[in-house]
Design a protein around this ligand. Structure first.
Ligand code: FMN
Length: 195
């Protein structure tokens, strides 16, 4: 099983990174042979999409020669991918948005059937529509790619507790990581039974 995690926070050891760590611990403990890779987007050379549409006209390649070229391959090879982002201004971070904008050369043929999980941290206590709006956005995006949006989890870090002190959030993320593996494994069994 190939799992690709994209960390959207610019803070490599912040709340979002820690929440993701607990999630991936669950993945690894549930499937010891899982290949899990975390990409720290802030550390990557990813240029913004220029809207040239060359990828659409030429059928699938982006002309910008940067770290996205490698990430396209990783995304296509993944069975599941996880986005972990803090809420920035009721939305995602610029680092993750740049990645999303560069998905123009990707089609549902590349992603259909893959699993997606969304992890978010946010500062302001509920009611706070940030996580909900980001969830809605990804539901729209992944529906269009026929990606299976498996689960979403978010936790409040400033008005409530930083993830480092929030044992419930750590445990919840860990359990969700295990749930992702079980879901993929169960579907593989079903497919095997049908063949
Ligand atoms: C530029 C910026 C914008 C933010 N916007 C929001 C927001 O709209 N809503 C919210 O609840 N928290 C907001 N926050 C708080 C972060 O989402 C929160 O502190 C988060 O846990 C930070 O994650 P990190 O530790 O991984 O950096 C913002 C923080 C920053 C730096």
């Amino acid at each position: 099983m190939n799992v690709l995690a994209l960390l959207g926070s610019p803070r490599e050891k912040g709340n979002t990174a820690l929440l993701l760590d607990h999630y991936l611990r669950g993945v690894k403990e549930c499937d010891k042979s899982a290949r899990v890779e975390t990409v720290f987007l802030h550390g990557k050379d990813i240029h913004p999409c220029t809207g040239c549409y060359t990828c659409v006209d030429t059928g699938g390649t982006c002309v910008i020669d940067d770290d996205m070229q490698d990430l396209y391959t990783k995304l296509k090879d993944a069975d599941a991918f996880i986005f972990a982002t803090p809420i920035y201004w009721w939305s995602i971070t610029a680092q993750l948005k740049k990645f999303i904008d560069r998905l123009c050369p990707i089609t549902s043929r590349d992603l259909e059937g893959k699993k997606f999980a969304l992890l978010m941290t946010y500062g302001a206590a509920p009611p706070n529509r940030g996580p909900e709006m980001v969830t809605d956005m990804f539901e729209e995006i992944w529906n269009s790619f026929k990606v299976d949006f498996v689960h979403v989890y978010s936790t409040c870090t400033e008005d409530y507790l930083p993830v480092s002190e929030n044992e419930k959030a750590q445990r919840d993320a860990y359990e969700l990581g295990k749930e992702l593996v079980r879901k993929i494994a169960a579907e593989r069994h079903i497919r095997k039974d049908i063949q």
